[in-house]
Design a protein around this ligand. Structure first.
Ligand code: GAL
Length: 451
């Protein structure tokens, strides 16, 4: 009898009471390639099958088998009381060859979003989360002037197939990571390392966002207005950068100049372009660009192309001037690691300073790799406290999506970083809800209107 009561208690403690989606969006995020398994028509598939690229030679044949087990994963999201799940659709599955949009895959994603909705969970759909169809890569990827048009056609196929079940869209996840890793450092496909190419790609991503945003807005149902945010967003990777030296010193002033370049590149240039339609490059001479780069591009179609802004925030870095590095700066992990909860509020405030349109903010990713689950609950709690501080001083933050719902394939690092609220046993694919996820459930239940 006692056992039954105890079991009932545990079940109760994960009872599904969703927070009201008109107030605050509580959720968790993941991307298709990192969990689905079997995305064999993508550039990442080819990348990860080159020996030596991914730690321990790990690949995504199976990943979490989320493609076949999405119902099981969403049942867990439901138990956790999430009212939003941020997912991505796989471009390479949907458009395996140019212009052919596979109806079976579009139906699959329709099943995915409808399953979430049937559970009272609002789907948040990201179109681009780092991976591309192989053919797109072979056709020049984002260096091609055709790329915005190609992306918009993909957006149209997805938006039409999922209508009217999706109200919250993200065009690009971390466009600057795509540019830095893919076209400046060459650490992600297509493995290019060339600053001028990176600049061109940036322009094409802005134009692609604008073209897709138009289509997505046309396919956002009128009922979306009842949600805390709706329409088109972008998820920017925003780190907190602090000077390595005392800003009162000359070295500290140099560090601050380096930080200005980094911040401009990683977040503010894109955010400005997507609001004003002007993409302003203002890079002083750095080792990669001896003469610097000053250019004002007219991207009029991108003006006012956001309905909300997503902030992906993970960590803080100390920045030091370093002439031997391409960008003229060196990133240093602070003593004790990069975790810096106060940065959550700081990054929200600095994002707001770069808003000319009145855009609400959502924390579109925040998370920690913690296999032992010893730090996760505390990590989330402290970041939410910082967020609460920002909100209480007037910031318009409407949601928080933990990265990630389940453990997953962490790009070049393979499967060892464990970001999940839910643990995956990769040998059996068994899912186990971590204690921190139960903590998150209770926090959400007690804070339906936000942290
Ligand atoms: C983000 C990225 C995710 C995930 C996460 C954890 O930058 O969007 O795909 O990898 O970092 O490192």
């Amino acid at each position: 009898m006692r056992t039954i009561i105890l079991l009932a208690g545990i079940m109760m403690s994960l009872s599904t009471v969703h927070a009201d989606t008109s107030r605050f969006l509580w959720g968790a995020a993941f991307s298709s390639h990192q969990v689905e398994g079997g995305n064999d028509k993508s550039d990442w598939w080819d990348w990860e099958h080159v020996p030596g690229r991914i730690e321990r030679g790990e690949t995504t044949e199976v990943a979490c088998d989320h493609y076949n087990r999405f119902r099981e994963d969403f049942a867990l999201a439901q138990q956790l009381g999430l009212n939003t799940v941020r997912l991505s659709v796989s471009w390479s599955r949907i458009e395996p060859s140019p212009g052919f949009f596979d109806p079976r895959e579009l139906n699959h994603y329709r099943d995915v979003v409808m399953d979430l909705r049937a559970r009272g969970i609002e789907p948040v759909v990201t179109l681009h989360h780092f991976t591309h169809p192989r053919w797109f890569h072979e056709a020049g990827g984002w260096t091609s002037a055709e790329s915005p048009k190609l992306f918009a056609a993909f957006a149209e196929a997805v938006a039409t197939a999922l209508y009217p079940h999706v109200s919250i869209w993200i065009t690009f996840n971390e466009p600057m990571v795509q540019i830095t890793e893919g076209y400046l450092k060459g650490a992600y496909p297509p493995g290019i390392s060339d600053f001028k190419t990176g600049v061109k790609v940036f322009e094409n991503l802005v134009r692609a966002h604008a073209a897709a945003a138009k289509v997505l807005r046309e396919h956002t149902p009128p009922s979306a207005k009842a949600l805390a945010v709706h329409g088109v967003g972008i998820a920017l990777n925003l780190n907190v950068f602090h000077p390595a030296h005392d800003p009162a010193t000359e070295a500290g002033q140099e560090d601050l100049k380096g930080i200005a370049v980094l911040e401009h590149l990683s977040g503010w240039a894109a955010l400005e372009a997507l609001q004003t339609g002007h993409l302003a490059w203002d890079i002083p001479p750095i080792p990669a660009l001896k003469k610097g780069h000053r250019e004002a591009l007219d991207v009029a179609e991108a003006a006012h192309s956001l309905d909300w802004v997503g902030v992906n925030y993970y960590s803080r870095y100390l920045i030091e001037r370093d002439p031997s590095n391409d960008l003229g700066v060196r990133w240093i992990e602070p003593p004790g690691g990069g975790t810096y909860p106060e940065g959550m509020g700081e990054i929200v405030k600095s994002t707001e300073r770069h808003l000319s349109d009145r855009l609400p903010i959502v924390v579109s990713e925040n998370g920690i790799a913690d296999a032992l689950d010893a730090q996760r609950a505390g990590f989330i709690q402290r970041h939410l406290e910082s967020l609460r501080g920002a909100i209480s001083t007037g910031s318009d933050v409407r949601g928080y999506w933990y990265w990630s719902l389940t453990d997953n394939f962490e790009w070049n690092s393979g499967y060892s970083p464990r970001f999940g609220l839910v643990e995956i046993d990769y040998a059996t694919l068994k899912r186990t809800v971590r204690p921190s996820a139960r903590w998150y459930h209770d926090f959400i239940a007690n804070h339906p209107e936000g942290p």
